[in-house]
Design a protein around this ligand. Structure first.
Ligand code: ATP
Ligand code: FE2
Length: 326
């Protein structure tokens, strides 16, 4: 059994192919890079339209298969940027109809969790999902992935990217900030945890104001230390509350070594196991959509009706039924 998964929620157009055991045969992508500023929805849509066929071709070549060998098609149905989501949706509907194969709309956030579980062999973790658009602390209870804490405004990746832009770095700025944060001194920032939720926009404003009077290293270091400590605190409380003994870090910001370090220290102190999704699969990718499509297929071999595959731009993690976890 082979599932072909299409990722198209934001900057990445990706196509991955996986088998029923979770072997990843290919994971090809083409990432839209804005000339200035953040993602420009129209340009990004155009980009995905232009690269879709090539990414498909490459993905099939890498997997050493033909289109006819595919048994299942899946795509990221939401959350994401509407115009961009539509490219993936239309492309995958066309493929499913042409090949007469079952089609599945996948929740992008859940795909980040499932690929993390697959590749780290974690079973029932508290997941810290940190990306550009999303920041959520998630754990499975009673049939659904429940959100225990989340950002009340922007995602941590978005905050890093916005600060980076202010500092003159190109998009995405997270890796550059990580570089500069290696040798800074701590300057004070507000620490904003409200109950189990987080907020980054105020700290971002503060950081922008401090740029005049502090070194880039100090800003990057202190911004990371503050925001990552907040993330670690909320994750720790979710672990305590759910009594789970695994923590999984996933999403684009999972690539950050300092965030990994803070979480791993917290886990060690609590006697929990700490897992990080491998870097290739941390950011948006088609393989995670393919694997989640495969999990869905096992409980619904006929797939979704075309009218059920409308994009869902605000689709929340905790709205999705998860029949594949007992
Ligand atoms: P989502 O749709 O899930 O919100 P996304 O569109 O933001 O995802 P991802 O590829 O999951 O895409 O994440 C991209 C984010 O990861 C960017 O904000 C980028 O700056 C951040 N990032 C990448 N590498 C690092 C790093 N080393 N340190 C911090 N942030 C990083
Ligand atoms: Fe993502």
């Amino acid at each position: 059994m082979l599932c072909l998964g299409i990722e198209s929620t934001a900057h990445t157009f990706g196509i991955g192919i996986v088998d029923e055991k979770g072997n990843i045969l290919s994971n090809e992508k083409d990432v839209y890079k804005p000339k200035v500023g953040g993602i420009h929805p129209k340009e990004c849509t155009e980009h995905h339209l232009n690269v879709a066929n090539d990414v498909l071709k490459k993905s099939l070549e890498t997997a050493k298969i033909n289109l006819n060998d595919i048994d299942i098609i899946s795509f990221s149905q939401g959350p994401g940027i509407p115009g961009v989501l539509r490219i993936g949706a239309v492309f995958s509907r066309a493929l499913a109809l042409k090949l007469k194969k079952p089609l599945f709309g996948v929740n992008h956030c859940i795909a980040h969790i499932e690929i993390g579980k697959l590749l780290t062999h974690s079973i029932d973790p508290v997941t810290l999902y940190v990306s550009g658009g999303n920041t959520q602390v998630i754990a499975f209870t009673e049939g659904k992935y429940r959100i225990f804490g989340e950002t009340q405004d922007i995602g941590i990746g978005n905050a890093l990217d916005k600060l980076a832009r202010e500092l003159g770095f190109e998009h995405p700025g997270g890796p550059k900030i990580e570089e500069y944060a290696k040798s800074g001194n701590y300057i004070n920032f507000s620490y904003v945890v409200k109950g189990m939720d987080l907020s980054f926009s105020g700290i971002l404003t503060e950081a922008k104001k401090k740029i005049k009077n502090h070194s880039i290293n100090d800003i990057c270091y202190s911004f990371q230390e503050t925001c990552f400590a907040m993330l670690t605190e909320v994750t720790e409380r979710a672990v305590a509350h759910t009594d789970k003994n695994e923590v999984l870090l996933t999403g684009g910001v999972a690539a950050n070594k300092r965030l990994q370090e803070m979480l791993s220290i917290m886990c060690k102190e609590r006697g929990a196991k700490f897992y990080v999704v491998p870097q290739e699969f941390a950011g948006d990718n088609g393989a995670m959509i393919a694997w989640t499509g495969m999990l869905m297929y096992k409980y619904n071999p006929h797939g979704m009706k075309i009218y059920e595959t409308k994009i869902n731009r605000f689709w929340r993690t905790d709205e999705v039924d998860i029949p594949w976890i007992s």
